[in-house]
Design a protein around this ligand. Sequence first.
Ligand code: UD1
Ligand code: CA
Length: 482
Amino acid sequence: MSVPRPAAVIVLAAGEGTRMKSQTPKVLHEVCGRALVDHMLAAARDLGPEQLIVVIGHALERVGGHLAATSPDARAVVQREQRGTGHAVRTVIEEVGTISGTVLVTYGDVPLLRTQTLTDLLERHEAEGNAVTVLTAEVPDPTGYGRIIRDEAGAVLEIVEEKDAGAEQRAIKEMNSGIYAFDGLLLADAVKRVSTDNAQGEEYLTDVLAILRRDGHRVGACVAGDFVEVEGVNDRVQLAAARKVLNQRLLERHMRAGVTIIDPASTWIDVGVRIGPDAVIHPGTQLHGATVIESGAEVGPATTLTDTLVGEGAVVRNAVADHAEIGPEASVGPYAYLRPGTVLGRKSKAGTFVEMKNTKVGERSKVPHLTYAGDATIGQDVNIGASTVFVNYDGVNKHHTTVRDGAFVGCDTMLVAPLTVNEGAYTAAGSTITDDVPPGAMGVARARQRNIEKWVLRRRAGTKSAAHAERALAEQEQENQQ
Ligand code: UD1
Ligand code: CA
């Protein structure tokens, strides 16, 4: 059966979320790289609604600003005072007008809700010709939730909030998820008739069910297969729990698509991450944002990548990278830090204790150990010796260094930018290079060595060094005499 597109999805997100104890509005807290409200909007979008509406109120500027930036297709409706879920929906209808067709109402704090579950709800709603269909779930502990009251035949009679419920009703384990499919015209009429005559003095959206039933309309329920999906996030314990469930779902999807994940429990992946088949993700790895791992690449252990591309067959170990591009078969780490603008060519290397920023490394070039490269262009087949520093900052401005194809930079070279080490040129180990080195030349910039004979015997007499030196010198003398 084809599911009809809902006329509107209304996401309620005006509440404060006090239990988060946060400066950040609840629905903007993130799990797996996406704000709670954006998870709901993504699932809602999959249904193809004609209108996507978000009710906002608390932290209006921040939530409204976030939505305008990330969900321009959503219309924000402001509910100045949060006078209940019924009031929130009434506010929407007063502002956008009566919506004919199916109206889905949901919350901004249910990140685990799957599109399929919403589709099931819409299908049931349609098939039964209901005025309202509520998504419910059997939960082990229904404390705090509204309870679903059914008659002996199992028909839904009403929803009673915990604070208004008697002991017998409180024993009911079937909870109201707060997610419903409504007939838009009937909703518009019924929501105006909701009273505030209850324990909280609020306009309860839940009352619409009893109102519609009394009017003689069909009221139905759809029981969610997994109650975890409809549990909202109210505090940071639930936030962590939701993140874990969502992460596990994402990992399973990747594993089923051919990605090896050695330790799912210590691997954290954002929703926007893409991973190719036969990639291997080692323990302690976090992949954030729009990170892409191409097939056959190996990432981790203990690696954190943000908005980074890892090419086919590349190996990235114990590394942190942010907005970097790691070419196919390149090698990174262990213990490397690639900052924004790092681009590593095919088969290149950024090795141990190497930091790079805004630096392009050509194919097959190696930066194996203990190096800082900032604002540099490194050609192909270049070797950068251990302990090289691209001295890019003069205290006021940043300058660029170019190392051309086939160059060999000796260990412990300071490359004081701006300068160019040309094709095939060398620099002598320990040089502080301040001028261009011509193609094929050797740049030497260091003092010549001078040895002060027997200095240690005179100035460090009595030390172990002096004793060893004395013995060696005596042996030398003996050999010379023979
Ligand atoms: C509501 C339901 C309850 C259900 C539970 C599921 C009512 C009366 N009760 O209770 O049956 O079991 O959700 O989580 O509907 N909101 C607004 N404007 C308001 C009030 C709330 O936008 O004026 C938003 C909140 O931001 C929140 C959602 O609606 O996302 C639910 O509000 P909340 O006050 O948490 O309702 P509950 O008391 O949990
Ligand atoms: Ca709630």
